[in-house]
Design a protein around this ligand. Structure first.
Ligand code: UDP
Length: 458
């Protein structure tokens, strides 16, 4: 056996530079290192410079450029400008990096990339490498975007129920926002469709989900691609506990107020706290922030609410005097969700937050804002039965009364008991998927074996 083969393969991991995309692909990378794959994580220069908390362990980091080394995405005038520049500068700097690694004595065998940046696949194939597209959204949502890409799903929608293979019939407003509100954010929608423009060239399609969670749609997609569900990509110590040092995602674009949150939670009664968070990107309107603020204060329950510093100015003026809870600019979300004091999670239903709530057995109040969140909310409420949907009024605002009623339904009602027992059931199934011999564990194992066989045939 030659030395390279003995040492296992080398994967270059390339995330899209946002928190919700870095977290899952990095977790997958950690699982690979556990199976003797060498990992190099390529981050944009700006991400590498501005994130905290990453010790790396056996994962080495390198940088490429998105063309905005000083300010990142925020310094671009539009999504279109950012994507175009990232593609142009990213291609060149990725090729330089691959060239450099090729001469390092440990060349890259396989590139695992986020299809939000599909040009990575073209560069990898230009170097003759294996490549895996790593989808960070649900298989349901990937499938819907694929149908839109092929034209099977006709846009704009005609108004009736939408039927997509492998999914329950959905109302138009349960589709991702770019589909339902066709024409909104055209640059972002184009990026989502572009995920598929070259995906047939990828050797694998990896999806952050698990077989039992999205069985039908995964089976449908497996008819034409080599699909492997490898999730939920949550640190091992919250699931199977086989990676002893894997307690957090470990690469923070925001600073978690860990001690403040955990000390406060330690002083609350079991299952009494409402945890509210809308992820790293969503921007609630001032009106919606006010409704949520009043809902939390009038619920008569302790609450822990994440309001990012860029959103703080929307808090009502009298709020700080009346509040019964804790407001922080960023929380250690996994630690919070697994704390016994937390009784429900008011969430925007970003895919990571959805999987985290589900995998940690916390009932959800779904308050989707845009993008894939309305589809995730549909699955949460009607398919997996782990939460209720807080509905917006005709002005698009979820009223304080609606939020309070949803929280009470989840935390106090008979229906809440059904939701609570479903949440516990899914927690067990999620853990099983990643435990030794579970469906995702097997898929990761197969992926590793296949890389070795393709690179170093017997
Ligand atoms: N998150 C966190 N602390 C917070 C809010 C969010 O650590 O206060 C993490 C959360 O655990 C999740 C990610 O940020 O892993 C957000 O991803 P998601 O897909 O839910 O939403 P996005 O930010 O992409 O809209």
């Amino acid at each position: 056996m030659d030395a390279e083969k003995e040492n296992g393969a080398h994967c270059l991991i390339l995330p899209h530079p946002t928190q919700g995309h870095i977290n899952p692909i990095l977790q997958f990378a950690k699982r690979l290192t556990h199976k003797r794959i060498k990992i190099t994580l390529a981050l944009t220069k700006f991400t590498l410079k501005t994130t905290t908390g990453f010790s790396g362990g056996s994962i080495s980091t390198r940088s490429i450029s998105d063309g905005f080394d000083e300010g990142g995405r925020a310094h671009a005038n539009s999504s279109e400008e950012y994507q175009a520049r990232f593609q142009q500068v990213g291609r060149e700097t990725l090729a330089e990096l691959l060239q450099d690694l090729a001469g390092s004595g440990r060349p890259v065998d396989c590139v695992v990339y986020d299809p939000f940046i599909p040009w990575v696949l073209d560069v990898a194939k230009g170097f003759g490498l294996l490549a895996a597209a790593f989808f960070t959204q649900s298989c349901a949502v990937d499938s819907i975007y694929y149908q839109a890409y092929t034209g099977e799903l006709k846009l704009p929608l005609s108004g009736g129920e939408v039927v997509v293979p492998g999914l329950p019939p959905m109302k138009p407003e349960e589709m991702p926002s770019f589909i339902h509100d066709h024409g909104s954010y055209p640059g972002t929608f184009q990026m989502l469709l572009n995920q598929f423009r070259n995906v047939d060239k990828a050797d694998w399609i990896l999806i952050n989900t698990f077989d039992k969670l999205e069985q039908e749609v995964l089976e449908w997609m497996s008819r034409f691609w080599r699909v492997k569900a490898i999730g939920p990509t949550i640190p091992s110590m919250y699931l199977d506990k086989r990676l002893q040092d894997d307690k957090e995602y470990g690469l923070n674009m925001f600073n978690p107020m860990t001690n403040t949150c955990m000390n406060w939670l330690d002083n609350q009664e079991p299952k009494s706290v409402i945890y509210a968070s809308f992820g790293s990107l969503a921007q609630l309107t001032a009106r919606q922030t006010k409704e949520l603020a009043y809902a939390l204060t009038t619920s008569n329950k302790p609450f822990l609410w994440v309001v990012r510093s860029t959103e703080e100015s929307k808090l009502p003026e009298d709020f700080s005097k009346s509040r019964k809870g804790l407001v922080v600019t960023w929380a250690p979300q996994l630690e919070v969700l697994s704390h016994m004091a937390v009784g429900c999670f008011v969430t925007h239903c970003g895919w990571n937050s959805t999987l985290e709530g589900l995998s940690l057995g916390v009932p959800l109040v779904a308050m989707p804002q845009w993008t894939d969140q309305s589809t995730n909310a549909k699955l949460v409420t009607d398919v997996w039965g782990v939460g209720v949907r807080a509905r917006a009024d005709c002005n698009g605002i979820v009223s304080r009364e609606e939020i309070v009623s949803c929280v009470k339904s989840v935390m106090e009602s008979e229906d809440g008991k059904r939701i609570g027992s479903n949440a516990v059931k899914w927690k067990g199934i999620a853990r099983e998927a990643l435990d030794l011999g579970g469906s995702s564990d097997k898929n990761i194992e197969e992926f590793v074996t296949e890389i070795m066989l393709k690179r170093y045939p017997l």
